[in-house]
Design a binder for this molecule. Structure first.
Ligand code: AGP
Length: 615
């Protein structure tokens, strides 16, 4: 997934505006970056492989500082390795049109062959350059830029969020379009703007228009934003108010976004849950349609679809919903669900979980479920995202913008939302009594100080010591049972994605069916165990590990496990239903400190992107 920005400003200085936007979007892709600006009617391009700072350095000569209109891009390579030549923007052969793109043009090869047969010479390995040549050819045939873009997109199959500008037009104009990856546009007091994430817009205005798939938008100073479909039909898109605080998108005093976001989690719990709790009724009120008793009683089965960390929240949702609402729940990788020709039971609710609301596999899985007759709901963190707009009901998580590529606070918010949903569902179906509902709601309210205790100086230094002692281990096995089995998966994923060490999450009961062969002193086994009905079972798994010389790190509130382990983090006791929210915090910190000790780039881990908006 890449970052796309564009702006036309009254007072010039568009290069700095583009760079500000790209800095905020660099988490979306960071193996190369570039800008194209209109300077005295001609297009000037600067683009560099590597981090954004290399592009900033190449622009520091100030030669383009007077430009008023421009587009910019940070890339996560899909076609062609990161290089100056493959960095966006791309142009047509004459340099009349410049274009940036997030997504994949699936029929790029046949279009490239057609263009090469017509004598076009390509300068890069990218699919994007194909589109630049198509648009340039339409402009050369006399079409204005908007029509040229629409005619070119009519020939494209794939996913895209693009922005283009052309020289020789009557005045500065940018044309952008989306089908798949997100794109938002806005008109502020000082200019008009576009970006693939609202984060890059709210510094200019909070009133934003989220484009829909198939939309094309024309941006010009002094004219309203003009949105059409690819066939040219004019459409009206609502302006939405984005309440996010630009400050919250900064790192504050933290060295990394990820650490800041881990420490934000107690607040995220409060923001996501507290105004939805109805203690007197032992219930939850989401304040939006779709979660009333009538709708919820019509559900007989739930199918969860998600990816990565969001899928781990989905696994936890299964334990919560089956445990508290007694409805059967299936959970599947969205990328598997969409291609396995699934069979859905009657009265199924498809529940998609996603931080960004733009993950291609999750969107495709939800759309498939809809065609199979399922009702749809989402747990999502971005109000104007595609997932929210395509779901019949949404539980918004109020985690705020999550910049760290490794998801932390959004995960906790998803688990909180799943807990709220399970309580609402259980109460609507009469499975949870008033007294049980009140107890669960009270337990959630008591969780915040317990989360904060795990983020205190002593607790964090304990975890840093664990990371220090285990940093050279050959591999890591994370074990858990029941509702904490998905926490073992999540702990392993966190360690993998930011420390680049091999780690595997496993159900503790499965260890003896194979993984036990891995155990030796160079292997660290993190055992997640909370006081409760399964604690004794996990303890015996822990013993089996120690009997084979494995190095055991116990995480949880079960004190006997703590006593039997080589190292530990003691977690405060709480309702077992809520224990994943506490147990995940030390695991997030282990991953963070391991990566920090290794000197790795924690907020922009290699090969990863914040939201995978292509397959
Ligand atoms: C989480 O640490 C990962 N970066 C990744 O697995 C992520 O959870 C996954 O890509 C799903 O993203 P989404 O929640 O935006 O749909």
């Amino acid at each position: 997934m890449c970052g796309v920005v564009g702006a036309i400003q009254r007072g010039g200085g568009v290069v700095e505006t583009l760079l500000q936007g790209l800095r905020l979007l660099e988490y979306r892709g960071y193996d190369s970056a570039g800008v194209a600006v209109l300077e005295a009617g001609a297009i000037s391009i600067r683009r560099k492989a590597g981090r954004l700072e290399r592009l900033e350095h190449s622009l520091s000569d100030g030669t383009l500082s007077g430009a008023r209109a421009g587009i910019g891009h940070t890339r996560w390579a899909t076609h062609g390795p990161p290089s100056d030549e493959n960095a966006h923007p791309h142009t047509d052969a004459e340099g009349r049109v410049a274009l940036v793109h997030n997504g994949v043009i699936e029929n790029w090869a046949e279009l490239r062959a057609e263009l090469e047969a017509a004598g076009v010479r390509f300068a890069s390995d990218t699919d994007t350059e194909v589109l630049a040549h198509l648009v340039g050819r339409e402009v050369a045939r006399g079409r204005e830029l908007p029509d040229a873009v629409r005619a070119s997109l009519a020939r494209v199959r794939g996913y895209y969020a693009i922005a283009a500008l052309a020289q020789g037009e009557r005045g500065p104009r940018i044309v952008c379009a989306r089908s798949g990856p997100p794109l938002a546009v806005a008109a502020g007091p000082d200019g008009v703007y576009l970006a693939s994430d609202v984060l890059a817009l709210i510094a200019h205005t909070r009133d934003v228009v989220f484009l829909e798939d198939g939309d094309v938008c024309e941006l010009e100073l002094g004219r309203p934003l003009r949105v059409t479909r690819i066939d040219g039909t004019v459409v009206d898109r609502p302006t939405r108010r984005v309440e996010w605080d630009p400050e919250s998108a900064g790192k504050g005093s933290f060295p990394h976004y990820m650490l800041k976001e881990i420490h934000e989690q107690p607040d995220v719990l409060a923001r996501t849950a507290f105004d939805r709790l109805r203690l007197d009724k032992g219930d939850v009120d989401f304040g939006v349609p779709g979660f009333g008793d009538h709708e919820l009683r019509a559900i007989d089965r739930i199918q969860v679809v998600a990816c990565g960390t969001a899928l781990h929240a989905g696994w936890i949702a299964r334990y919560l919903i089956e445990g508290l609402a007694r409805i059967p729940v299936d959970v599947d990788y969205a990328s598997e669900f969409r291609y396995r020709d699934p069979v859905l039971a009657h009265n199924t609710l498809a529940l998609a979980i996603s931080q960004s609301g733009e993950t291609a596999d999750t969107l495709a899985a939800l759309r498939l479920a809809k065609t199979l007759g399922a009702r749809t709901a989402a747990i999502c963190n971005v109000v104007g995202s595609t997932l929210v707009r395509e779901s019949q009901a949404t539980i918004l998580t109020h985690a705020g913008p999550e910049i760290g590529v490794a998801s932390t606070k959004a995960f906790v918010a998803q688990v909180v939302a799943a807990f709220l949903f399970a309580v609402r569902l259980g109460r609507a179906r009469g499975v949870l009594s008033l007294a049980q509902g009140k107890e669960l709601v009270s337990e959630l309210r008591l969780l915040r100080p317990k989360m904060e205790s795990l983020l205190g100086e002593r607790a964090v230094s304990e975890v840093r010591d664990i990371a220090q002692k285990n940093r050279s281990q050959r591999g890591f096995l994370f074990l858990g049972r029941g509702i904490n089995y998905p926490i073992a998966l999540e702990g392993a994923l966190k360690l993998k994605e930011i420390s680049y060490v091999h780690a595997e999450g496993y159900p503790a009961g499965e260890m003896k069916h194979g993984p036990i062969a891995l155990i030796d002193p160079e292997m660290s086994i993190l055992v997640v165990n909370s006081a409760g009905p399964l604690a004794e079972k996990v303890r015996s798994n822990l013993e089996q590990v120690r009997a084979r010389g494995g190095h055991v790190i116990a995480i949880g509130s079960d004190r006997e496990s703590i006593a039997q382990s080589d190292e530990h983090v003691l977690v405060p006791e709480c309702s077992e239903w809520l224990s994943p929210i506490l147990n995940v915090i030390p695991l997030q910190l282990v991953a963070y400190h391991m990566a920090d000790l290794k000197g790795l780039d924690i907020d922009k881990p290699r090969n990863l992107a914040k939201s995978v908006t292509v397959e």
